[in-house]
Design a protein around this ligand. Structure first.
Ligand SMILES: [Zn+2]
Length: 146
C-alpha cells in the first residue's frame, strides 16, 4: 500500500516537471519561466486577470509548448471534428436519405471538419518536430552501433 502511494507521488512530480519543447530549435532546450497575465471574464460579466507561466526558450526567445498539452489539444480537436462529421453522416442516413444534395452537404461538412482538425497548428507542429527529432536520434544511435 505504501509503495503504491510513493509511486503515485513520483508520477505526479514527473508530470509537473515536464520539459517544454521548443518548436523552433527542435529540442528540449533550456528555458526560463515568463509570467504572463491573461484577462478572463467571469460569470458576473466582469473581468479578472489570471497569471500563467509561459516557458520561453533561451536560445531563440520564442515561447515553448508542453508536449502533453499539445497532444491533448490535438487529439480532442481531432475527436471533436470526427464526431461532428459522424453526426452529419448519421443525420444524412437517417433523416434525409442519400441524395446528391445530402452527399454534397456531407462532403462540405467533411471539408469543414478537416479544416477544424487542422486548427491547433502550433501543437501539431510541435508534436511532428518532436517525432522527427526522435526518429533522427534513433537513426543516429543505430548508425553508431553499426
Ligand atoms: Zn528555441
Amino acid at each position: 500500500m505504501k509503495e503504491d502511494d510513493q509511486e503515485i507521488e513520483i508520477i505526479e512530480t514527473a508530470a509537473q516537471e515536464e520539459e517544454p519543447w521548443c518548436l523552433h530549435c527542435h529540442n528540449f532546450s533550456d528555458y526560463r519561466k515568463k509570467w504572463d497575465t491573461i484577462r478572463r471574464s467571469d460569470l458576473e460579466g466582469g473581468a479578472y486577470s489570471e497569471n500563467v507561466v509561459v516557458p520561453q526558450c533561451i536560445a531563440c526567445e520564442k515561447p515553448m509548448l508542453f508536449l502533453s498539452t499539445a497532444k491533448k489539444l490535438t487529439w480532442s480537436v481531432y475527436a471533436l471534428s470526427t464526431l461532428t462529421w459522424l453526426l452529419g453522416l448519421c443525420s444524412v442516413l437517417f433523416l434525409f436519405g442519400l441524395s446528391p444534395g445530402s452527399i454534397f452537404g456531407l462532403i462540405v461538412l467533411g471539408g469543414f471538419c478537416y479544416l477544424v482538425s487542422r486548427l491547433p497548428q502550433k501543437s501539431r507542429q510541435a508534436l511532428q518536430s518532436h517525432q522527427q527529432a526522435r526518429r533522427e536520434e534513433s537513426l543516429k544511435n543505430l548508425l553508431q552501433k553499426l
